[in-house]
Design a protein around this ligand. Structure first.
Ligand SMILES: C[S@@+](CC[C@H](N)C(=O)[O-])C[C@H]1O[C@@H](n2cnc3c(N)ncnc32)[C@H](O)[C@@H]1O
Length: 218
């Protein structure tokens, strides 16, 4: 009988999620993000949407230098780290259970002179929003955060709270199920939405959105 070594996940696209780390080069820095799928699941692996978002940020089409940025559902923190390296002051957020792992990745990947530009804090969508300044950010970032139907309404409330009419929202999305587009429909009720970028290889869309003025008929 042939000896077949145990392979946790033989599909390359999924096995990368089971690696203990993922490496990238963005903003002239070598980045190494720790991953721990078994312990923390989706929050502790780098998703393609985050990689495509970082590639998009590097293109320079969105001004980051000196801007106040908040990242939602940051997971390992790759996007927030790259935004900080590109000159933004970034609040990197996720749910409480993800924060210790997230903080360690942020600390490990930002040089000491940039660490002051990034802070990690809890933001569970729709909850405790008063802790964050209403309309207080220039840019809101989210990579692969549109995937749980139950969170669509609180996620939209969170965006409405964080955005002024001058705030840009960038969402990097993998559309896996028809319901994912429901969120885009909800977003279009309150925000002007356009597709800013599409990565064909990874099938990731980047949507850019701005808050619409309040409707007088509501
Ligand atoms: C698919 S992962 C994406 C992680 C990271 N942005 C990336 O692309 O690599 C989804 C992230 O959303 C976070 N998340 C899910 N539901 C949330 C909620 N209700 N409030 C805040 N974050 C949430 C998860 O903890 C997780 O980090």
């Amino acid at each position: 009988m042939a000896l077949v070594p145990y392979v946790e996940n033989p599909l390359p696209a999924l096995s990368k999620l089971h690696s203990a780390s993922a490496q990238f080069r963005f903003a002239d820095h070598e980045l190494r993000l720790s991953q721990d799928w078994k312990k923390l699941g989706v929050a502790a692996v780098v998703w393609d949407a985050a990689v495509v978002m970082c590639m998009y940020l590097e293109l320079g089409e969105v001004e980051l230098k000196g801007k106040a940025v908040i990242e939602l559902g940051a997971g390992t923190g790759l996007v927030g780290i790259v935004a900080a390296l590109l000159g933004a002051a970034v609040t990197i957020t996720d749910r409480q259970p993800a924060l210790e792992f997230l903080s360690a990745n942020v600390k490990a990947n930002l040089p000491p002179d940039t660490r002051g530009s990034a802070s990690v804090s809890e933001l569970s969508w729709g909850q405790g929003l008063d802790l964050y300044p209403a309309g207080g950010f220039d840019l809101v970032l989210g990579a692969d955060i549109v995937y749980l139907e139950d969170t669509f309404a609180p996620l939209l409330r969170t965006l409405e709270h964080l955005c002024s009419d001058a705030t840009a929202v960038l969402l990097a999305c993998k559309i896996r199920y028809a319901r994912d587009t429901d969120f885009l429909g909800m977003l279009r009720q309150r925000f002007a939405v356009e597709e800013a970028h599409y990565d064909q290889q990874r099938d990731i869309h980047i949507y850019k959105a701005w808050k619409l003025p309040p409707r007088e008929d509501l």
